[in-house]
Design a protein around this ligand. Structure first.
Ligand code: C5P
Length: 223
């Protein structure tokens, strides 16, 4: 509660490198609490995929900002629709992830979707996952988590996910892509991937998803 008696809508932020399990954990915590969910990475993926489809160069800041302000993005029933087209699977490829990390390194693009991200904060609460949820987008969140895991463990999880979908993948190539994306996300000038000072750091290398969810829920119950 704020001192004036107005209830502040609670937010749990879950930041961390790609493949640490943030999306799965965020969605399970949101379901358990009956709260809203913000998959901020999906927004960068959408801008990158929609930009490429329109022939925009991924370094062309002005065109990407204009595009991000025009896109009609709807998240509903587990699907992502952009300007009426179903992009649910189209934004989930490794290429889309890498392209997203290129557009996400451009400060004007980050600025252009800041308010959109904050607008997901609706009663009764929000679980937000990404890279800068606790540091930039929701710095006042009462519960902040930084979910990490070794690059090898993350590559192996991704390898198994893709294999289960029947897709041919190469573990070494996946590891290299993950390391390249990590380096870009950690070293960029604006909103680099790093834990908020008040974040609980969870290393999930040797933990199951259920154990991570239980740790986050326990943190929520004491705040
Ligand atoms: O989380 P996901 O893998 O979908 O994110 C794709 C890319 O979007 C990340 O590699 C990162 O560069 C960028 N991103 C970001 N800030 C966020 C979420 C994602 O820079 N809050």
């Amino acid at each position: 509660m704020k001192s004036d008696g107005i209830a502040v809508i609670p937010v749990v932020t879950i930041d961390g490198p790609s493949g640490a399990g943030k999306g799965t954990v965020a969605s399970l915590v949101a379901d358990a609490k009956g709260w809203h969910l913000l998959d901020s990475g999906a927004l960068y993926r959408i801008i990158a995929v929609a930009g490429l489809a329109k022939g925009i160069d991924l370094a062309d800041e002005a065109s990407l900002v204009a595009l991000s302000e025009q896109l009609d993005i709807v998240f509903a029933d587990g699907k992502v629709t952009v300007d009426g087209a179903d992009l649910t699977d189209g934004i989930r490829t490794e290429e889309a992830g890498n392209s997203a990390s290129q557009v996400a390194a451009l400060p004007p693009v980050r600025g252009a979707i800041l308010t959109l991200q904050q607008s997901f904060r609706k009663a009764p609460g929000l679980v937000a996952d990404g890279r800068d949820m606790g540091t930039v987008v929701f710095p006042d969140a009462p519960v902040k988590v930084f979910l990490d895991a070794s690059a090898e463990a993350r590559a192996e999880r991704r390898y198994n996910q893709l294999k289960n979908k029947g897709l041919g993948v190469n573990l070494r190539a996946l590891l290299e892509q993950i390391q390249e994306r990590d380096a870009r996300d950690r070293n960029r000038a604006v909103a680099p991937l790093k834990p908020a000072e008040d974040a609980l750091i969870i290393d999930s290398t040797h933990m199951s998803i259920d154990e991570v969810v239980a740790t986050v829920m326990a943190q929520l119950s004491i705040t």
